[in-house]
Design a protein around this ligand. Structure first.
Ligand SMILES: Nc1nc2c(ncn2[C@@H]2O[C@H](COP(=O)(O)OP(=O)(O)OP(=O)(O)O)[C@@H](O)[C@H]2O)c(=O)[nH]1
Ligand SMILES: [Mg+2]
Length: 190
């Protein structure tokens, strides 16, 4: 298989965390470095979708948002518009527990008929740990034009694949939005 293009979304307001989310420390290391570590055994073709100079210390290519302030959907739009490959791994920057094993499972189970492939348990879906086809670019563009920025609406509108996981597996896919959530995580792991 050709090397998979991987894009990490590092934009947004981080209003709940109150500091740049991807750079929050977990086990003495910024979130984003945990994510990069999980990706590297799979692909070195990693790009960050961000307008924030705080990520300049990382040598990976950075791509600024083409359309500003449209949330993760806008970030994915920029990622796919800059990608040369049909399928792309899209990840948020606030999932420090993600593992190479889970990412490999997503890639291995991905069906090429699907334009978006994501994990979901009965209770929740993880739209920002997914494989996205460039084919969804026009669908995202029209969603942005209509100000319909909900990821679940995008997924429902295209041929997609859900990889079903047990409730207990959600833990490693959870995104950490606030200092309280990070605190809970640290307590949970101690
Ligand atoms: N490139 C890009 N990424 C974004 C944008 N908005 C959110 N993200 C990313 O999408 C992922 C999930 O975003 P949210 O949890 O909504 O993050 P947020 O908007 O920064 O945080 P809140 O203000 O607390 O909602 C994170 O990886 C963010 O960095 C955006 O406008 N552009
Ligand atoms: Mg948000």
């Amino acid at each position: 298989m050709e090397t998979l293009a991987v894009f990490i979304l590092c934009g947004g307001k981080s209003s709940q965390m109150q500091s740049e989310k991807g750079l929050v420390l977990f086990q003495n290391k910024p979130f984003i470095e945990h994510i990069i570590k999980a990706i590297l055994p799979i692909s070195e073709n990693i790009k960050l979708i961000t307008n924030n100079k705080e990520y300049d210390y990382l040598t990976y290519q950075k791509i600024p948002d083409i359309i500003l302030d449209k949330g993760p959907l806008g970030g994915i739009y920029t990622a796919l518009s800059n990608s040369e490959t049909e399928f792309n791994l899209i990840l948020s920057c606030d999932i420090p527990l993600i593992s190479t094993e889970l990412l490999s499972e997503l890639i291995a189970k991905h069906n090429q008929e699907a334009q978006i492939t994501v994990f979901a348990s009965e209770s929740r879906m993880h739209p920002l740990i997914g494989i996205y086809s460039k084919k969804v670019i026009p669908v995202i563009k029209s969603a942005i034009d209509n100000d319909d920025l909900k990821m679940t609406n995008l997924i429902a509108n295209v041929p997609h694949q859900v990889i079903t996981i047990e409730e207990s597996e959600n833990f490693h896919l959870t995104n950490i939005n606030s200092a309280d959530e990070l605190n809970d995580l640290n307590i949970n792991l101690s």
